[in-house]
Design a binder for this molecule. Sequence first.
Ligand SMILES: C[S@@+](CC[C@H](N)C(=O)[O-])C[C@H]1O[C@@H](n2cnc3c(N)ncnc32)[C@H](O)[C@@H]1O
Length: 248
Amino acid sequence: MSQQWSADTYAENAAYVPAFGADVLALLDPKPGEDILDLGCGDGVLSEKIAAAGARVIGVDASADMVAAARRRGVDARVADGHALDFSHAFDAVFSNAALHWMRDPDRVLVGVHRALRRGGRFVGEMGGQGNVAAVRAAITAALAEEGIDAAALDPWYFPSAEEYRCKLEAAGFVVDTIVLFARPTPLPTGIEGWLDTFAGPFLNAVPVAQALRLRARIAVLASSTLNAAGDTWQADYVRLRFRARSQ
Ligand SMILES: C[S@@+](CC[C@H](N)C(=O)[O-])C[C@H]1O[C@@H](n2cnc3c(N)ncnc32)[C@H](O)[C@@H]1O
């Protein structure tokens, strides 16, 4: 089952995602007059901030609903698959927050990012890295297995190590200035069920609605001892991979 993003659900349950983007925005350091591509721009919260720095921003995202929300903010956003970018030497920088781990063929993505950049242009991003949401993923896998479903076959995520992604960047023609993997435990304002509603569609939309509701509740039970030990505050075990590279 493919991803199905809803801008309303995202804003309600996951506003912390762009809020946590402040550090990677600082790493991007957008300058007035620069041309910048926001890859997987979502509802455009960060694209808007890049534009506020004086840069010209184009956002691309695979979800029509997210792109429509970004456009309502005034972002020049377009529906496009990050695996098939068709820009040629058009940008001083490509930026991406919390989107690259949804693209399962990173080599194809990197070919398009490299081609989109002018020589010496920078690629700055943050994504889920190795071990990201491991406890959530384990609970999803266990709950689905109880009902005879193989979660691995539905898994939408690519969470690389720093070493693996550095190799991919270099193979695609980048010099890596920095790449770090770090744990970032993340409070979930609407609990694990809000998180599942926002991010676990590829698993839960693959089954009938009644079964999905049952699985959602079961995942919450299985994850609670790890992610809601106190009983009143859910915290997801996010691990992020943040990098800045330059095209050669
Ligand atoms: C967690 S959201 C992040 C959005 C935004 N960058 C932010 O920081 O709020 C992930 C986004 O990646 C987009 N996405 C997933 N797969 C994609 C693909 N193959 N090409 C382009 N965008 C994709 C989704 O549609 C979604 O809007």
